[in-house]
Design a protein around this ligand. Structure first.
Ligand code: IPE
Ligand code: MG
Length: 231
């Protein structure tokens, strides 16, 4: 979700106004994905690098997250959405951390859609954390090094047994991964939208999904091999 600041700047508003408008896009896009039947939606809301922003802006982002969680819990329950966090959430302000954990536990058995929020998230840190946990499991003799393969490794990531993303949408025209789901996006289709996140609403989402549907995913194989598998 990129471009809140530029969206605001172009309107002579404060960056925080941009984030507020961006939060409305979050509400719209989550609702649309639930309706379409997207099983997992991951929103990159706050990176580890974002801690370096002015503290006024960082605080405003946490306030917006708190408002979002409070206002959306009812709808998450009604629509059977499980909220999950990816990232080092113990770094979050205490009240936000507590609320987040509360919403996660209240929605834990919801099973129509997973809404992942990447918060204080870094893809490289996630890989290091998984490695540390794997090493600890080996030292504790719960796991033998030869048992480490792509699937056991994946299980130690924040995304656990969730499927890898099919599509990654980046808004505001930036063409970077920016430390997002580095392991999980190995075969993910990338889509760059020129639109700033506050202007990214249903029509823009539909355009991205239509673009994705026109792509041919071969996962390293030939077109003929893939055609046989699919049909
Ligand atoms: C939102 O957009 C992303 C967040 C970290 C919340 P930005 O705040 O990065 O907007 P730009 O890049 O300054 O336009
Ligand atoms: Mg940005």
């Amino acid at each position: 979700m990129d471009g809140n600041g530029r969206w605001a700047q172009e309107r002579n508003l404060s960056r925080i106004d941009g984030h507020r408008a961006g939060a409305e896009s979050v509400r719209t896009i989550v609702r649309a994905c639930r309706r379409i039947g997207i099983p997992v939606l991951t929103l990159y809301a706050f990176s580890k690098e974002n801690w370096q922003r002015p503290s006024r802006e960082v605080q405003a982002l946490w306030r917006l997250l708190r408002d979002y969680l409070k206002s959306e819990l009812g709808e998450m329950m009604e629509n059977n959405i499980r909220l999950n966090a990816l990232g080092d959430i113990d770094e979050l302000p205490r009240n936000v951390n507590r609320l987040l954990r509360d919403v996660m536990s209240k929605t834990a058995t919801n099973n129509e859609m997973i809404l992942n929020l990447a918060l204080s998230y870094s893809g490289r840190s996630e890989i290091i954390r998984a490695t540390q946990r794997l090493a600890a499991a080996c030292v504790a003799q719960q796991l033998s090094p030869v048992e480490i393969n792509e699937s056991t490794f994946s299980a130690y990531l924040y995304t656990g047994d969730m499927p890898d993303p099919d599509l990654l949408i980046r808004t505001s025209g930036e063409r970077r991964i920016s430390n997002f789901l580095l392991w999980q996006t190995a075969y993910t289709e990338l889509y760059v939208s020129p639109v700033y996140w506050p202007d990214f609403r249903e029509p823009q989402l539909m355009e991205a999904l239509e673009d994705y549907q026109r792509r041919e995913r071969r996962f390293g194989r030939t077109r003929e091999q893939r055609a046989k598998e699919v049909w």
